[in-house]
Write a protein that binds this ligand. Structure first.
Ligand code: NAP
Ligand code: HSE
Length: 446
């Protein structure tokens, strides 16, 4: 009988043992034999850094593994793979840079970190021979990073758009389908482990923006900062908007849209609540699911859907990165993740510019709460016309208390610059009761 060869052990350090960290731990333990067979290596979690060692957790850890300084984990010479699962952009940055400076492999789920410090992190990987993997940073369990970097390598991408935030989609679904209140569903999203520690990142659109910046980097080789994007969240959307959307045959989704015009060499990222026709697949992606359409010049349109947040979906993506990390330890090259190459030709990156707001065109839904007095509709129409915004349809609805009314308009294609000037004019008009609610009308050919 042949003696079985002992498998090499891969030492992993977890920085962060919250929703994601505990999910990774659990699945690595439960499937250790499967991973051993599939990857030919044994995963061993050797150290775990947390903020509060006394905290009660779902998983009881051997206390000797725990520490409160994630840099101890990053610098531990025994640890080959450092998983940064803490969140935030300060200590997380230090930890990732410390590990990369030692030539280690880093796996992170932290989209904010990559959006703000991606350039520096890739440069550190290149300089010191480290690797950075980040499948869990965008769209939870959907392997979208792998799809862009490998499966779709033959393509240039004129359009990538989709639902990138599970928390917002969960909230919008329950508001629309069950009439639940925003606050109640947000609490449920937090309880289920979907929301960020700072939930404003989710509901104000920033988390989607961070994820879009990562996708744009992979697709176009340029890090676009959030200052250069148009980012709006979902806080202002009410049941009234769902009722109007329903009447017109639309769903409301928070969409991130990455548009590249190859003729003018312009790139733009916007994150905005958007009306999309119920006939579109994306309009029917509900609950915590994310959905992403990637339009490539060779492949055409491809669509990806899966759970976008939560312990299991995210752990699945982190473990996919651990598998890639094992292949690096076994000698494989991943030049993109070691910062050796850029996702696109360098000359393309250099000439690429972000579009101005005057160049970004869309149709809009506008709901304005006004006093129910003579001439108010004419005033609203004048504000639009003064800003060159052309009305496609208009509807006025009496308020239930007899004092106010809602005017709901849709526009023809107009520039974002004109829309922003129009909003300012509404703010200084006395018969307008509150800032208008704006929803983009998404027109996508899929
Ligand atoms: P979480 O539940 O809040 O867990 C964060 C963990 O990090 C906790 O264990 C915390 O320690 C630890 N931590 C925070 N600051 C620390 C510090 N300074 N030193 C040591 N430990 C520290 O967060 P999460 O939901 O797991 O998210 C982690 C990361 O994954 C974030 O970047 C998030 O954006 C990303 N992500 C999350 C999801 C999701 O669905 N939750 C999906 C994709 C990506 P204590 O436990 O002691 O407080
Ligand atoms: N808070 C994020 C979301 C977690 O809800 O999508 C996944 O990145």
């Amino acid at each position: 009988m042949k003696a079985s060869k002992s498998k090499p052990t891969v030492n992993i350090g977890l920085c962060g043992f919250g929703v994601v960290g505990q999910g990774v731990w659990r699945h690595l333990k439960e499937k250790s034999e499967v991973f051993e067979k599939k990857l030919g290596s044994l995963f061993k979690i050797s150290r775990v850094a947390v903020r509060d060692m006394a905290k009660e957790r779902e998983i009881d850890l051997d206390p000797s593994l725990l520490c409160e300084d994630p840099l101890e984990v990053a610098n531990d010479p025994e640890i080959q793979i450092v998983c940064e699962l803490m969140g935030g952009t300060e200590i997380a940055r230090e930890v990732v840079l410390a590990a990369l400076s030692k030539g280690k492999i880093v796996v992170t789920a932290n989209k904010a970190l990559l959006c703000f410090h991606g350039k520096e992190i890739f440069e550190a990987a290149r300089k010191h021979g480290g690797h950075i993997f980040f499948e869990a940073s965008v769209a939870g369990g959907i392997p979208i990073i792998k799809a862009l970097r490998e499966g779709l390598i033959a393509n240039r991408f004129s359009l990538i758009y989709g639902i990138l935030n599970g928390t917002c989609n969960f909230i919008l679904t329950h508001m629309e389908k069950e009439g639940q209140s925003y606050e109640v569903i947000l609490d449920e999203a937090k309880r289920l482990g979907y929301a960020e520690a700072d939930e404003a990142l989710d509901v104000d659109g920033w988390d989607s923006a961070h994820k879009a910046s990562i996708l744009a980097f992979l697709a176009h080789g340029k890090w676009v900062s959030t200052d250069e994007m148009l980012v709006e969240g979902i806080r202002e959307i009410t049941q009234e908007d769902f009722a109007y959307a329903n009447k017109f045959g639309y769903s409301i989704k928070l969409l991130a849209v990455i548009t590249r015009d190859f003729e003018t060499d312009r790139l733009f990222i916007n994150v905005q609540p958007t009306l999309i026709s119920r006939r579109k697949v994306l309009a029917n992606v509900d609950e915590v699911y994310n959905g992403i359409c990637v339009c490539g010049d060779v492949v055409g349109t491809t669509f990806y859907m899966g759970e976008g947040a939560g312990q299991n979906a995210t752990a699945s993506a982190v473990i996919a990165d651990l598998a890639d990390a094992v292949s690096v330890l076994n000698g494989s090259k991943h030049p993109l993740f070691s910062g050796e190459i850029s996702p696109v030709e360098p000359n393309e990156e250099n000439s690429l510019k972000v579009s101005t707001l005057g160049e970004v065109m869309s149709k809009y839904y506008i709901r304005v709460a006004v006093m129910d007095i003579p001439g108010v509709l004419a005033k609203v129409a004048t504000i639009l016309s003064n800003n060159g915004v052309s009305i496609a349809s208009v509807l006025q609805q009496e308020g239930t208390d007899g004092t106010g009314a809602s005017i709901v308009l849709t526009t023809h294609k107009t520039s974002e610059e004109a829309i922003q000037k129009m909003v300012k004019d509404f703010e200084t008009t006395d018969s307008v009761l509150s800032p208008p609610v704006l929803l983009k009308i998404g027109e996508f050919e899929d």
